[in-house]
Design a protein around this ligand. Structure first.
Ligand code: ADP
Length: 297
């Protein structure tokens, strides 16, 4: 395992920021670390990267104990903190040379990192001239300079505009192909867009640790359907696995099913059997979000 946290707790005085959390992640996994503000995401990440020590528990990164041997462990960790401090007066390349020199990294790695994060055109600009999205790329380039196996990204998309969001998410996915990536966010859709797996933390405790696919399958399906003909709600109750039915307007209905099976074909068969035509059909999986809300309220 690239990352292994066992029974980690962190207390700040009386307050338990993180309480007995355990999880592991392996190479090639992009794990979304999701939770509302104050849930304990940053604290966990700082422990994982060796910046703060846990009150209890053990952390291994590539089998190196982060608490006992942080310098050695950090050779395998790239970390992008939440408010990544950058020197705005420095040129991109100059900043990366500076970072490389501090960490005794071969200067030849700089161009590689610049290329990986798509900063070629901006490499000769001052960091202060760059947009927030490009500044994040500079941060990411700095985090991968030493080609670490594990990348820890603390809210890397906060404050980005929609286009930058898509680009940075794509970049994280790309980097995740041959690394272990743990990235925190408080946005459920972000996890859906980037990750294979989600860990939800609330009030310092892990409440969900699942493959995204598994979570989606276990959820309710919400289908909006429009028929060509007026029907009664009671009639729709004959459909299998119905949880609830709502009339939107005229012949448009929103039906919630509890089923792992895709209910759209069933709905088509039902319509055909009863001589109805389907004029619109829209299936959505709102429930990851509602599950998140339920679990973190
Ligand atoms: P998140 O990253 O999920 O927003 P944090 O890990 O930053 O959450 O914080 C978890 C809890 O620990 C919060 O209640 C926060 O106020 C508290 N906390 C974090 N850092 C400190 C600190 N240095 N001193 C005291 N309390 C802290």
């Amino acid at each position: 395992m690239s990352i292994q946290l066992t029974q980690i707790s962190k207390n700040y005085g009386e307050q338990k920021a993180v309480n007995q959390i355990s999880f592991s992640a392996k190479k090639g996994e992009v794990v979304g670390f999701l939770g509302p503000n104050g849930a304990g995401k940053s604290t966990t990440m700082k422990i994982l990267t060796g910046f703060i020590k846990p009150t209890e528990g053990s952390v291994l990164v590539n089998d190196v104990d982060v608490v006992v041997n942080p310098i050695e462990a950090q050779k395998n960790i790239g970390y992008l903190p939440e408010h990544n401090p950058l020197y705005l007066d420095m040129y991109v390349k100059e900043y990366l040379q500076f970072s490389a020199a501090i960490h005794k990294i071969d200067l030849s790695k700089i161009d590689e990192a610049i290329e990986k994060v798509g900063l070629e055109k901006e490499a000769h600009k001052k960091i202060g001239q760059l947009s927030k999205g490009y500044r994040q790329r500079v941060g990411l380039a700095g985090a991968i300079l030493h080609n670490p196996d594990v990348l820890i990204l603390d809210e890397p998309t906060t404050g980005l505009d929609p286009n930058q969001l898509v680009e940075i998410r794509q970049l994280i996915k790309e980097l995740g192909k041959d690394k272990t990536v743990l990235f925190s966010t408080h946005i459920m859709q972000e996890v859906e867009a980037v990750c294979d797996r989600v860990i939800i933390i609330n009030k310092g405790e892990i409440v969900v640790d699942k493959q995204l696919k598994e979570l989606k399958e276990s959820n309710k399906q919400v289908i909006t359907v429009g028929f060509d003909y007026k029907i009664e709600e009671q009639f729709l109750q004959r459909l299998p696995n119905v949880d609830s039915i709502k009339n939107n307007y005229d012949n448009s209905w929103t039906i919630t099913f509890v089923s792992k099976e895709d209910m759209r074909p069933k709905l088509f068969d039902f319509a055909q059997e009863h001589g109805l035509k389907i004029l619109e059909l829209n299936s959505e999986n709102k429930n990851l979000e509602s599950l998140f809300r339920e679990l973190t309220q």
